[in-house]
Each structure stands twice: as C-alpha cells, then as structure tokens.
Design a protein. Structure first.
Length: 459
C-alpha cells in the first residue's frame, strides 16, 4: 500500500505472515533453547533471569561471546548488536578487560575498602563529564536511587519530577509513568502518575510528578503548582526508553536554569548514554552539565558497576554525612579494575573514530534501503547507538512514540535474528549498540538483513 505522501507501508496481513513465518523459523533453528525454555520455569520464575528476557516466541539461551559475536546453545553465531542492553561497548572478551579482571581476581575480588584504581576512574570520569567528585555503586538502579535520595536530602523537599516514558531503574521513586498505555497516560501536556508495576505504594507514587520530554512548559507548570516542594528532576538527556529521542536545541540548558530558579536540582540519568553517546556521554554532546550524573552499563566493560558524580557543593553533602551513600560492594575492586581498563584502554579517541565510521555506514545503508522501498520509517542515532523508527515523522516525546506500531519492530527483530544479527528484543523501545570490536562486515550483514526485511514487508 502507498500513502498519499508516496510512502509505502505493508498491508497488515503481509506483516502478520512475515511474523508467523519468522517466528516458526526462529524456534526451529534453536531446539536446545526451546528445551531449556520448557525446563526453566520449574526453577526460574517465568523461565528466565529477568522479565525482559522473556521474549516472543521464546528466550534465547546463550553459550558465549567473543569480539563482536555471540553464540547460542544451539551453536548459532550472531553479530551482537544487542550488547547486553547497551552495556558491552567493549565487545566480548576484550583483551584489556580480560587482563584487568584476571589480574585483580588473582589479587582479591572484594575488600569493602577503597583501592587505588578508584582514584584513576574518578579522575577520568571527572575529565570526561565535567563533574569533579564521584562515588560508586553496582547498577543503574542504585545510581539513580542515590541521586533521588541526594536531591531530597539536600533540599529537604519530598517531590521529584520525571519524564513520561523514561525508565530510571526499578526502585519505587521512579517506577512511575515508564511505559504507560494510552488509556492510563492521562491528557496530553499533563501526564498521569501511572504506576509502572504492582507493589508500588500510592503514597510514593504521589511523590513523583510527571512532565513531557522537550516541553519546558510542562515542567514550569509543576514547579508553579508545587512551590518550594520539588527537590529536583531526573531525566535522560537523550531519551532512550522510546527508541532514541533527542532533546530540542536549548531545552536542557533552559531546563537546568528553570529548576535552579526554583531551588531544585537537575540529575542526568546517563546510564544508557554514558560512554555510548560519545566519550563524555550526552553531557559532552549537549554541552549542558547537570548537578548530578548517573552512570552504569558501558563504564564497566561488561562488569556490573555504576557511578554517581556531582558538583562539589552537591557531593559535600555526602562527604559531611548529610546523606550516607553506602553499599558493601560500592567500589568493588574487580568492577573498578574493569572500569579503569574500559576508560583508559578501550574507550579511546581512536575507538570512537571507528565507531563513528561504522555508525555512519549503518545509518546510510539503512536509509538507502528505506528510500528504495519507500518504507514509512527513519533512522535515529546517537554515538554507538541507533534504531529504526517505523514512522515517517520524527518522534519528539512519548506520545509520539505511542503512535509507532511495534509489530514492524518485532518483524525486523525476527528477520535480523534468523539472519545472524542479534538485536535487543522489544525493538520499538530499544537501540542497537556498535562496540569497539565490530567490523564493516558486521555492519554490512546488518544492512543486508534489513534489506531482506524491507523486501518482505513491501511485497
């Protein structure tokens, strides 16, 4: 079918046929995964180790990874553009990460005391992100939890603001309006405080106000409605729970100034963008430095670690005991050794040059296919990350994202997977990741698979 704008969109029955055929092929080529998926529910809740691993038509059970590739238990090889949901910027078994972790493991894996590598890591994070003082944690959830606590502790206020459709981990304060359905999202311009899951008390939900991305007025309204009550705001500077949505020019700087004028603080959640959007994350790309930055995922080279950076004034509140930022495994020597290797040996200027070239190759290749088949789609990228948005128009906020039909993303994911490229499930939401170990041949396979998909849905 061709629209009035001359953009081709697949007929629904064609899309359904592609999905059914590709799901059948998916299952048939992974019999061992199928057997494990049947066995697992007796021991693992839901048959997986995270609810986000429960994918249609079945979870993919992996064996190992090497370089830019991963291998499932059935022996199938994939170009890994999943990257552990964006964590493995180093690729798999990177020699520098293997050497650092192995050397530290031989010297001890846990002390609950600082090691010298922590100073190197903190200094490098300060250089890249422009905030001088740091602490460490073990996951993005822990980092954003500490940031929220810290904003409340410094200001003595209870309320925070988050963006509709953003995910900041699974602690109570941010489990509000993460992926709300249209019927629970509230009116445009005034998003509802929709709980993201059961188990979150109403009293806590009411403490988290919800604004719209790229809409300064929605934040100003909340500040005016709750004078002197809002501790701060947490935001992904590049929104990455709805594909990729970039901030509009001037939005982040104006947001910081607006919050400060009301005595509130600004936290950037750079768990997904830190190192992947560029050497200094989205902070470096936009030139806007917040009061607090949260990092995790990519900074550990595949090992679980997180970091919280702040201005001297903010972090003095931690240093003087105003807020106790604690954790038995904070600054764990194994994780910090991996982070030092990642920052100093892997995520180098030369590595970013290669990633930039590969990103350009992927984006231009996919855009050529889209134009050739006149698909209703476009590509959005940020550093090492990118996604195909199956919509003709740019998406500027969560409401626009809701209009995108996720069936196209699912069909694309299946075709890529069956063609030997592993993308993250829930493709409408997630992004691909190009690691420092990917090659032009890897990207060319990705583009070729997209061409196969485009031909299928355009037939």
């Amino acid at each position: 079918m061709v629209t009035k704008q001359g953009i081709r969109t697949p007929m629904p029955d064609v899309l359904a046929e592609v999905i059914a055929e590709q799901e059948q092929r998916f299952v048939e080529r992974q019999p061992r995964s199928r057997a494990l998926a049947r066995e697992a529910p007796a021991l693992l809740a839901g048959g997986a180790t995270s609810s986000w691993q429960i994918t249609r038509p079945q979870p993919v059970w992996l064996s190992h990874g090497a370089g830019s590739k991963i291998y499932d238990v059935d022996g199938n090889e994939y170009v890994d553009l999943h990257g552990g949901y964006g964590a493995v910027l180093a690729g798999h078994a990177h020699p520098a990460i293997v050497a650092a972790v192995g050397a530290q493991a031989a010297r001890g894996t846990h002390f609950a005391q600082p090691t010298q590598n922590a100073l190197t890591v903190a200094a490098e994070l300060a250089r890249r992100f422009g905030l001088p003082v740091w602490r460490f944690a073990n996951s993005g959830t822990e980092a954003t939890m500490d940031a929220v606590h810290l904003m409340r502790s410094i200001t003595g206020r209870d309320l925070i603001i988050k963006i509709e459709g953003c995910y900041h981990g699974h602690h109570d304060s941010v489990q509000v309006s993460v992926t709300p359905e249209p019927e629970e999202a509230g009116p445009p311009g005034k998003p509802a405080q929709a709980p993201a899951s059961t188990g979150i008390p109403d009293a806590i939900i009411r403490l988290t106000l919800v604004a719209t991305f790229n809409d300064l007025d929605s934040v100003a309204r909340l500040l005016d409605e709750h004078p002197g009550e809002i501790a701060g705001m947490i935001i992904e500077p590049i929104m990455m729970n709805a594909g990729i949505i970039h901030p509009e020019p001037g939005y982040l700087a104006a947001l910081r100034d607006l919050l400060h004028s009301h005595g509130a603080l600004l936290t950037f959640d750079e768990v997904k963008t830190g190192l992947t959007a560029g050497p200094g994350g989205a902070t470096g790309l936009t030139g806007v430095t917040p009061d607090i930055i949260c990092l995790a995922k990519a900074i550990g080279g595949g090992i679980a670690v997180a970091a919280i950076g702040g201005t001297r004034q903010v972090m003095a509140h931690v240093a003087d005991g105003g807020y106790e930022m604690v954790g038995t495994f904070n600054g764990n020597p194994l994780a910090i050794a991996a982070a030092r290797a990642m920052l100093c040996e892997v995520a180098t200027p030369r590595a970013y040059e290669r990633i930039d070239a590969l990103r350009a190759r992927a984006v231009s290749g996919i855009e050529r296919v889209i134009a050739h088949h006149r698909l209703s789609a476009h590509v959005v990228s940020a550093g090492a990350k990118g996604c195909v948005v199956f919509s003709p128009e740019p998406v500027r906020d969560y409401r626009g994202f809701l209009e995108v039909d996720g069936r196209y993303s699912h069909a694309h994911w299946l075709v890529q997977h069956n063609g030997g490229v592993f993308l993250p499930p829930w493709g409408k939401i997630e992004q691909w990741l190009i690691s420092v170990q990917h090659s032009e041949a890897d990207i060319d396979r990705f583009v070729a698979n997209f061409a196969t998909f485009a031909a299928m849905v355009s037939s």
